[in-house]
Design a protein around this ligand. Structure first.
Ligand SMILES: O=c1ccn([C@@H]2O[C@H](COP(=O)(O)OP(=O)(O)O[C@H]3O[C@H](CO)[C@@H](O)[C@H](O)[C@H]3O)[C@@H](O)[C@H]2O)c(=O)[nH]1
Length: 207
């Protein structure tokens, strides 16, 4: 829809003898957003039952949920669990600002970019990485596959790397540590004041 709109605006401008190059749009293909703001004061605050792997693991870690249900261990991956491309939310956020800069400076029209790391991790990789951040093993149980899930969704971020000069830089370990800091320190999510020392640290860093 946005593609049609931009192309129509460009075509109209051309008819009117103008370049139309001010009409641009970025189609940003998110892979699996992970982590929280490293300050520990901003993060995902799911209402009701979360759908995604990391928020569910976080609820297991704080005892809101007894265990994680692993949806299938019979995929053709190294450990049988499905593969996704988990990207730290700060890398994802920076992907937006560099894409906007690109639209402003290069006027590409409509252009799509994959915002992923290019590295796939299995469900077990994620359980292990998040357990390491928490400091203890998190309970899980293997159940059947979830309808609609596929084996592997890993990005090819080459175009974004080349054209936007953008690359995901933060590791899975950082994403897990950041998510855990947010979860552990804000058990009521946004329905509580964030820890004062985190806010002070963030404000100091801004000066
Ligand atoms: O309780 C859970 C939740 C997830 N998973 C697995 O963990 C992986 C990641 O799952 P999830 O966090 O739900 O991400 P995706 O399955 O990649 O789903 C994302 O990508 C889909 C399309 O690609 C979108 O439809 C969804 O909204 C979006 O969350 C998948 O292999 C799931 O089977 C589990 O084993 N147990």
């Amino acid at each position: 829809m946005i593609t049609d709109h931009i192309n129509a605006e460009r075509a109209n401008a051309k008819k009117a003898g103008k370049s139309g190059e001010e009409h641009n749009a970025a189609l940003l293909r998110y892979f699996n957003p992970a982590g929280s703001h490293p300050s520990g004061i901003m993060g995902e605050d799911p209402q009701g039952v979360p759908y995604n792997l990391l928020p569910l693991l976080a609820q297991v870690a704080v005892g809101k949920r007894e265990k994680l249900l692993v949806f299938g261990d019979d995929y053709s991956s190294k450990d049988g669990t499905a593969i996704r491309d988990y990207i730290h939310i700060l890398d994802l956020a920076r992907g937006h600002t560099v894409a906007l800069d690109h639209l402003r400076s290069k006027h590409p029209g409509v252009r799509a970019w994959n915002l992923g790391t290019g590295k796939g991790s299995t469900v077990y990789d994620m359980i292990n990485a998040f357990s390491a951040a928490v400091g203890r093993k998190l309970p899980y149980e293997v159940v059947g596959r979830r309808a609609g899930d596929v084996l592997d969704l890993t990005a090819n971020p080459t175009r974004a790397n080349k054209e936007l000069g953008w690359k995901a830089e933060r590791t899975l370990e950082e994403a897990c540590a950041d998510l855990w800091r947010w979860t552990e320190s804000n058990p009521q999510g946004y329905r509580q004041e964030p820890p004062r020392e985190f806010v002070e640290k963030l404000m100091k860093g801004r000066k």
